[in-house]
Ligand binder design. Structure first.
Ligand code: AN0
Ligand code: CP
Length: 316
């Protein structure tokens, strides 16, 4: 594997999952693999889990790791080609990326959807410039349309907690005060379909995810019906795709509470975090015995380590 931007970059999903569990059992097994190799993590947006788990993943593989919060200390970057740069942005991404690429062996980049222009976001204009111009492998740390390291950790978590071979997994929209990207739900849907679980997606009308992620899967608009018999509830807010980036509902009847959890098959509760309590999920659920959000976040370390290991294997 050269770049990691979606589940489609893995040649062998089961093999990748096995590797992640192998690393969870023995995190220092490949501690010499990354010797004298540098991982440079570029953040255009905030992060707790991705920053720390990916940094630790590199360290566990013996890599040197540099974390660069590009908005704090870097030059403000122009990302459009052909503009006259007479504004507030002193540097162009076209130079910044190949320069960064000379200082490392693998780049990780976090660049959220900007919600300025749907085409720019859905064509992954920023991530693709890193792939095209850096000269080194690129790992998505959440780009405009996907968050694959999160989905990989989610897959690990479901494998660990499932009590039947093909559990029913429900992705539920939940309310949030600000417009959030579709990267987490897109990526989750794409990954769960590849993992071949029984997947149900539920949200209010108007929140339909893009067809390239849903495929022939149809949403269930009745949240209670979606939750019936579920083994896993995965809550997440996202802004509208059609009416791009808009908040169409803040209906707190969609907040995941005991009322909905009661009709599930004693479902586990998942969320990528950070989560707004009593908007996305009621305290009683996230603090309850079926909440697995903390071990889910713990698995971020091993999904990142598995991905870096696979890339390092091909660098040698
Ligand atoms: C981000 C999102 O929804 O994409 C990151 C989640 C991992 N969440 C927030 O901005 C709150
Ligand atoms: N889940 C996740 O990616 O968290 P951070 O935004 O804190 O990295």
């Amino acid at each position: 594997m050269r770049h990691f931007t979606s589940v489609n970059d893995l040649q062998d999903l089961d093999g990748a999952l096995k590797l992640a569990f192998e690393l969870k059992k023995d995190p220092y097994k490949y501690q010499n693999l990354g010797k004298n190799k540098t991982l440079l993590l570029v953040f255009f947006n905030s992060s707790l889990r991705t920053r720390l788990s990916t940094q630790k993943a590199g360290l566990n593989l013996g890599m040197n790791v540099i974390v660069f919060d590009i908005n704090e200390g870097g030059w403000k970057l122009e990302t459009e080609l052909g503009v006259i740069m007479d504004g507030d942005k002193p540097e162009h991404i076209r130079e910044a990326v190949p320069v960064i690429g000379q200082y490392c062996d693998i780049i990780g980049v976090r660049s959220f959807a900007r919600f300025e222009n749907k085409e720019d976001d859905y064509q992954e204009k920023i991530l693709n410039q890193f792939i095209d111009y850096s000269g080194v492998p690129v790992v998505s740390l959440e780009a405009a349309t996907r968050h694959p390291l999160q989905s990989f950790a989610d897959h690990m978590t479901i494998e660990e907690y499932k009590t039947k071979p093909r559990p029913k997994v429900v992705l539920s929209w939940a309310p949030h005060p600000r417009a959030l990207p579709q990267a987490v739900p897109n990526s989750f849907v794409e990954w769960m379909r590849a993992a071949d679980y029984e997947l149900v997606v539920t949200h209010p009308e108007g929140y339909e995810l893009a067809p390239e992620f849903m495929g022939d899967l149809k949403p269930e608009y009745d949240q209670m019906k979606a939750f019936e018999g579920a083994d896993f509830i995965y809550a997440k807010n996202w802004a509208a795709v059609g009416d791009y980036g808009k908040i169409l509902s803040k209906d707190r009847s969609w907040t995941v509470s005991e009322r909905q959890m009661a009709v599930t098959n004693n479902a586990k509760f998942m969320h990528c975090l950070p989560v707004r309590r009593n908007m996305i999920v009621a305290d009683e659920v996230i603090d309850g015995p079926n909440s697995i959000v903390i071990p889910e976040a713990g698995n971020r370390l091993y999904s990142a380590q598995a991905v870096l290991k696979m890339i390092l294997d091909e660098l040698k």
